[in-house]
Design a protein. Structure first.
Length: 459
């Protein structure tokens, strides 16, 4: 059987590698037209061609598709377009030391499928892998950002999305700040989404909300930051941000004084929970006497910010077609499957509790995916109350179930009535479940990059 580390590595690759495209034979200036919307695909065939040349020749709405290779470039995207790499592990952009690698100044830009990296320069530290400068509706997804001063910066602008990226070994992972228009007007970063990223081994903060409000930070795994997993600085007027379903694991200030956690840092008023579920904190010592997967006592961060509903296990999202099954568990989900067979719908998970501990799963099921009544099986045997129970948080749209699981590997199945045609099920993926096993994998990374940054000012 494959080792757990190999399985998790495969999960990372699966979540980062995008669907392959077939554009015909390669040539450095190949253009394909799409009659329906008049958009084109411009192909950069190899690193003898320039990505910036393709961007310059593109029209708004076009796609620039970059084939595998190492590209030593600094890019400026000043028009609405899609920039897509063939494979995030093999399509590499190595930026200059003293400039941002990719700067975006236009709205409606998508960047996906790249590794963006550089070696940090301690004398010129403030340069980023990807920076959005007062842009709106941009999407940064399915990339690897590593060894930059910062991975992604949203400098002003709204409705941008940073999702499904592996952001590792930077000084900052994701940074939300302001944009100075004409050197005078300060434009805040507002209503942006940072979703389902793995942010690891940051030399300072994993995520920082420096200037902005109304942003949503959720379903990220933030692990092994030298400073805070997430910081909202004391001087910052960052208000009304919502932070939930994140996994904060072994960030450097993960020490406990009473009921105070130091993995995150931020003033009021920002929300650290949403609809009765907060974040997972690896240093949480509270109890779960009512066995619902939510800690009985709040987590308090600095400035009195409180996560009222801390999770007792890592949060994962199992996605099938348009349906999302939220899972809180102290166990690792090795694999999952959602099947429709006639009038029956079946969600199954292959689960391995960590160590010799007794495991549990809190599963939120959209009733549009699986309808009542539910049958819960563990290793093919039906289980019932009190080992399995419905929680009071269930409502008209979602069923919330709690199942206790013994030590060792098990298969958990939740079976109900089919409410969606099998022909509507187009994909199945597990996001946000990397957590502890990803941490174990990434802990083995070479730590020399931290030494390169160790003398930098704490900006």
């Amino acid at each position: 059987m494959l080792s757990l580390k190999v399985l998790i590595l495969l999960a990372i690759v699966f979540s980062l590698v995008r669907t392959s495209f077939s554009f015909g034979p390669a040539c450095s200036a190949q253009v394909e037209s799409e009659p329906a919307d008049l958009s084109r695909t411009i192909i950069v065939a190899d690193n003898s061609s320039k990505i910036q040349d393709a961007i310059n020749s593109a029209a708004p709405g076009d796609t620039v598709y970059v084939k595998d290779g190492i590209y030593d470039e600094q890019l400026l995207i000043n028009k609405s377009l899609t920039l897509t790499g063939q494979n995030s592990s093999a399509t590499v952009i190595e930026g200059p030391l003293d400039k941002n690698t990719i700067t975006v100044t236009a709205d409606n830009v998508t960047i996906s499928g790249f590794t963006v990296e550089k070696w940090g320069n301690p004398t010129m530290p403030l340069y980023w892998g990807i920076v959005l400068q007062n842009t709106h509706e941009a999407t940064i997804s399915d990339n690897v950002l590593t060894e930059n001063f910062g991975g992604v910066e949203i400098a002003g602008g709204f409705n941008n999305i940073v999702e499904h990226n592996l952001i590792t070994g930077n000084r900052y992972g994701v940074f939300l700040s302001t944009f100075l228009e004409n050197g005078e007007t300060r434009i805040f970063a507002t209503n942006n989404t940072v979703f389902d990223n793995v942010v690891s081994d940051s030399v300072w903060n994993g995520v920082e909300l420096d200037w902005g409000g109304g942003n949503v930070i959720y379903e990220n795994t933030i692990v092994n930051s030298t400073a805070w997993g997430l910081e909202i600085p004391a001087y910052s007027p960052s208000l009304n941000n919502v932070i939930y379903h994140n996994n904060f694991i072994d960030n450097a200030h993960s020490v406990e004084e009473g009921s105070t956690s130091y993995q995150a840092y931020g003033p009021l008023p920002n929300s650290w929970d949403f609809q009765g579920e907060g974040n997972y904190w690896s240093d949480y010592k509270g109890m779960d006497e009512d066995h619902d997967g939510i800690g009985d006592t709040p987590v308090k961060t600095d400035y009195g910010t409180i996560d009222y509903d801390p999770l007792m296990g890592n949060f994962s999202d199992i996605t099938a077609s348009t349906f999302h099954f939220g899972v809180v568990s102290n166990s690792s989900i090795i694999s999952s499957d959602f099947e429709v067979n006639g009038t029956e719908a079946d969600l199954s998970m292959n689960i391995l509790p960590t160590g010799n501990s007794t495991g549990f799963c809190r599963v939120t099921i959209p009733k549009k995916a699986i309808a009542e009544p539910y049958q819960i099986e563990l290793d093919g045997k039906i289980v019932s109350y009190p080992q399995a129970k419905e929680l009071s948080s269930s409502n008209n749209t979602d069923e919330c179930l709690y199942v206790e699981i013994g030590s060792g590997q098990h298969t958990l199945e939740i079976i109900g009535t089919e409410t969606v045609s099998e022909f509507q099920l187009t994909s199945l993926a597990v996001f946000g479940t990397l957590t502890l096993l990803v941490f174990a994998l990434l802990k083995k990374r070479e730590r020399s990059r931290q030494n390169r940054y160790s003398n930098l000012p704490l900006v």
